[in-house]
Design a protein around this ligand. Sequence first.
Ligand code: HEC
Ligand code: HEC
Length: 245
Amino acid sequence: MSLRVRNAPGLAWGAGGCAALVFAVLLSGPVAAQAVKSKGKSVTGAVPVAAASAPRAGDVLAGARKSDDERCQECHGVDGHGFDQSASSEGRHPKLGGLPADYIVKQIADFRSGARKHDVMTVMARTVDPADIVDIAAYFASQKPMQGDGQGDNPLGRKLFDSGDPARGVDACVSCHGPAGKGIAGMGAASPPIGGQEWRYLEKQLLDWRSGDRSNSRDGVMNRIAKSLSDEDVRALANYLAGQR
Ligand code: HEC
Ligand code: HEC
């Protein structure tokens, strides 16, 4: 929802969930006046809103420095590639290298608003200036794509990833996450790379999507997909994905 609001600032008041009000306004007619008014406002008065909704290209060099100053590198690795400890407790810290910048910005905004919950990351997201996050995201996005350990030959994981299980409502992951989970070019936040990500992190996210502890995907798509995955499916998918080079 927050994504949609950012993309369509003119609709923000309606997207807040007050469908009845939208309907009433549409029926009673002052729509044109409203539109003209808000258009005038966005040109003259509403500069901060316009600035916040128009994505600024991040500064990679500034992001390198800020991600060090803000201590992101301590948990996510200097280049966003973690510490090669996928199966240890450090593996709960996801790799960020090569994630689309708009995906990183969205996650931080979701941690900040509470749409995505995690004790440490909520604090991090609330203390870092959103303008700095744009640079930090550009820095991690500019790093090489994440690489797995090459041990991902898990037949069940591969089958679920490539074909899903239509009988249980599990969509094929490949359609949104791309071949081997490497993301689909140009789709940005709608297609985060997951192939080569840390094993423990992947397992936790799938369990969180399944239980609803994480629920920040658009229209709840990941909750619907993970709903009927068994523990065995989750482990198989994490194995397959963590291994993809
Ligand atoms: C003390 C360790 C720690 C620090 C410091 C830290 N993170 Fe995190 N970060 C984590 C953990 C753990 C997670 C996984 C959260 C979960 O399980 O949902 C995470 C998740 C994330 C995610 C979500 C990744 C994804 O694939 O969805 C992003 C983006 C992120 N961190 C960015 C940052 C940035 C930017 C900073 C610095 C401002 C930062 N982190 C500092 C530990 C940390
Ligand atoms: C219809 C598109 C779609 C399909 C199909 C899909 N996903 Fe996703 N997935 C997404 C989107 C979009 C996100 C990012 C949600 C957000 O904004 O936080 C995501 C996020 C994830 C994440 C968290 C990534 C991270 O860095 O935190 C994992 C893990 C994941 N998906 C695994 C899967 C698996 C496994 C399957 C197949 C069983 C699958 N997805 C199928 C769209 C999809």
